[in-house]
Design a protein around this ligand. Sequence first.
Ligand SMILES: NC(=O)c1ccc[n+]([C@@H]2O[C@H](COP(=O)([O-])OP(=O)(O)OC[C@H]3O[C@@H](n4cnc5c(N)ncnc54)[C@H](OP(=O)(O)O)[C@@H]3O)[C@@H](O)[C@H]2O)c1
Length: 245
Amino acid sequence: MKLENKVVVVTGANGGIGEVLVKALLDKGAAKVYAAARTTAAVAELVQQHGGRVVAVQLDITDPSSVAAAAEQCRDLDLLINNAGVNRCAWFMAPTAMESAREEMEVNYFGTLGMCRAFAPLLASRGGGAIVNVCSIIGLVNLPVNGTYCASKAAGHSLLQGLRAELAARNILVVGVYPGPVDTKMTAGQEMPKTTPDQVAAAIVRGLENGDEDIFPDPMSQGVHLGLEKNPKQVEKEFAAMIPG
Ligand SMILES: NC(=O)c1ccc[n+]([C@@H]2O[C@H](COP(=O)([O-])OP(=O)(O)OC[C@H]3O[C@@H](n4cnc5c(N)ncnc54)[C@H](OP(=O)(O)O)[C@@H]3O)[C@@H](O)[C@H]2O)c1
C-alpha cells in the first residue's frame, strides 16, 4: 500500500509506538492522520505541531458509543491502525490476575474487535484499504510473567487471522505486527533489551509499503518467529524458563 495521500486512523496516538507512528506516516506523505486518544488534550501537541494534517479524535476503544462517534468522524479513512493496548504484567496465579485478565481482554481483544467491526464497513464503502493490528510476539508464545496479557494478545492474533479471511473479499488487507519489548511507558522500569518505538513505526511503514501481512519489527521478534517456525516446543520451554526465582 502506498501511504502518500492516504487518510489514516491511529489509536493510542498520545505516546509510545502510536505517537511516533503518526509522525512516520506523515513523513511518508499521508494526507491526514486521525490521532485517537482517550482525551483530545493528550494529542493537542501533535495537532499543534502538524496543523491540519493531524486531527484529534476522542476514543476509548472499550466504549461502544465512543467507537461509533469516532467512526462517524473518520469516514474518509483508507487505513486503520489498532495500536491501543494495555499490559498489567500479571501472572495467572497472581492475586489480581482475574481483574488484569478481564481488563486486558476488554481492551486488547474486545476493544480491537469493536474497532474493526465499526471501521471495516467504512473501508469497504471506499473500495477497500487496510487494517493493522499491533499484536505482540508474546501473543504467539506465552511469557509467564505477563501471562494474562499474552492470552489477550493470542486472542488478538486469532482475531486478525479470521478477519483477514473475512475481509479479503472486500479488498481490505489485514496486517499483524508482532513486536518484542519496546521502550515505552508499557515497559517502564523493566530491565531488558528493548527496541525503540521509532524502529517499530519504521517497520510498520515499510511492511505496509511492501504489502506484508505479518510484520516482525525487531531482532528479538524476528528471532522468536524463526524459532517458532522451526521448533515451537523449544521456544515454549525457553520462555517458561524466564520465571524469576
Ligand atoms: N511496549 C512493548 O514492549 C510492546 C511490545 C509488543 C507490543 N506492544 C503493543 O504495542 C501497542 C502500543 O503500546 P506502547 O508500547 O506504545 O505502550 P503505551 O505507551 O502504554 O501506549 C498504549 C496506548 O494505548 C492507549 N490505550 C489503552 N487503553 C485504551 C483504551 N481503552 N482506549 C483507547 N486507548 C487506550 C493508551 O492510552 P493512555 O495513555 O490514555 O493510557 C496509550 O496511548 C500496544 O497494543 C501494546 O500491547 C507493546
